[in-house]
Design a protein around this ligand. Structure first.
Ligand SMILES: Nc1ncnc2c1ncn2[C@@H]1O[C@H](COP(=O)(O)OP(=O)(O)OP(=O)(O)O)[C@@H](O)[C@H]1O
Length: 259
């Protein structure tokens, strides 16, 4: 299921404001790529360009190319809704559909994709997704209860179950643990490590220890200067970035000298 993403010379705009400039990188399948960097350097903007959510902002656009297993995600005939189905996203704050039950939260996307799905098949997929998100045992006796009644960490795992239910190729996670306590954070990190074997995962995090713990590859973004666009400074194996980065700015950032 996992796919390789190749980004070439990507520029990302909000209207006339160039927020991110000249990003080129390869994101490997069955791996976790962490994106780190100071506030405002464009990590979230870049992440949202991978599933074409960026263009939901009025007048926002990209130039350049993002290829997923050879297919240009911004090709003229490509349906952005289809891209978002293949490239799932988990946000900073858990955002389950508040009035829906736990079951319906996971089933909603499946129903949208396949309106004729049989109840037994849906039950099976909901269970599988909740198991994949390490949530099944905690919720199996309360599937009809609202998703909003779960703890923050459980809600975030519910959102991950909802994202994996539609069997995406890629999972984007924008600071998925920043609203969670350390125990829930560990549960999500363990889950990411398990999901790694099946997906291409890209995570934005401010937590350097988290990037070091969970990711295989780390990309460091920085601002070229005040009022200047963000750029990808370097990307390499996580162990290398945290032990011997190639760039002074990366070293300063990971050692806490700025950001
Ligand atoms: N909807 C928007 N409209 C206009 N400009 C935006 C919008 N969202 C972000 N920006 C701008 O784009 C730049 C990059 O922002 P972005 O949120 O991607 O950075 P970030 O690295 O993810 O920051 P943080 O770590 O604080 O979340 C910033 O200058 C920001 O002000």
């Amino acid at each position: 299921m996992a796919k390789r993403i190749e980004v070439k010379d990507l520029d990302i705009y909000y209207g006339s404001f160039l927020a991110v400039q000249g990003v080129s990188m390869t994101i490997q399948p069955r791996s976790i790529t962490a994106l780190i960097g100071p506030s405002g350097c464009g990590k979230s903007t870049f992440l949202r360009s991978i599933n074409r959510m960026h263009e939901l902002v009025p007048n926002a656009r990209v130039e350049g190319q993002i290829m997923m297993d050879g297919e240009d995600l911004y090709g003229p005939t490509v349906d952005p809704v289809g891209v978002r189905r293949q490239v799932g996203m988990v946000f900073q704050r858990p955002n389950p559909f508040p009035t829906m039950s736990i079951y319906e939260n996971v089933a909603a996307g499946l129903r949208l994709n396949n309106q004729r799905i049989k109840k037994a098949d849906l039950d099976d997929l909901v269970e599988r997704s909740l198991r994949a998100a390490n949530l099944w045992t905690e919720v199996k006796d309360r599937l009809a209860k609202p998703g909003s009644g779960l703890s923050g960490g459980q809600q975030q795992r519910l959102c991950i179950a909802r994202a994996v239910a539609v069997q995406p190729e890629v999972l984007l996670m924008d600071e998925p643990c920043s609203a969670l306590d350390p125990i829930s954070t560990q549960a999500i990190e363990d889950l990411m490590t398990e999901l790694r074997s099946e997906y291409t995962i890209v995570i934005v995090t401010h937590n350097m220890q988290q990037a070091a713990r969970v990711s295989t590859t780390t990309g460091f973004f920085n601002l070229r200067g005040v009022g200047q666009p963000g750029e990808l400074v370097e990307i390499d194996e996580t162990t290398k970035i945290f032990s011997a980065p190639g760039n002074k700015a990366t070293e300063d950032y990971i050692s806490g000298r700025f950001g």
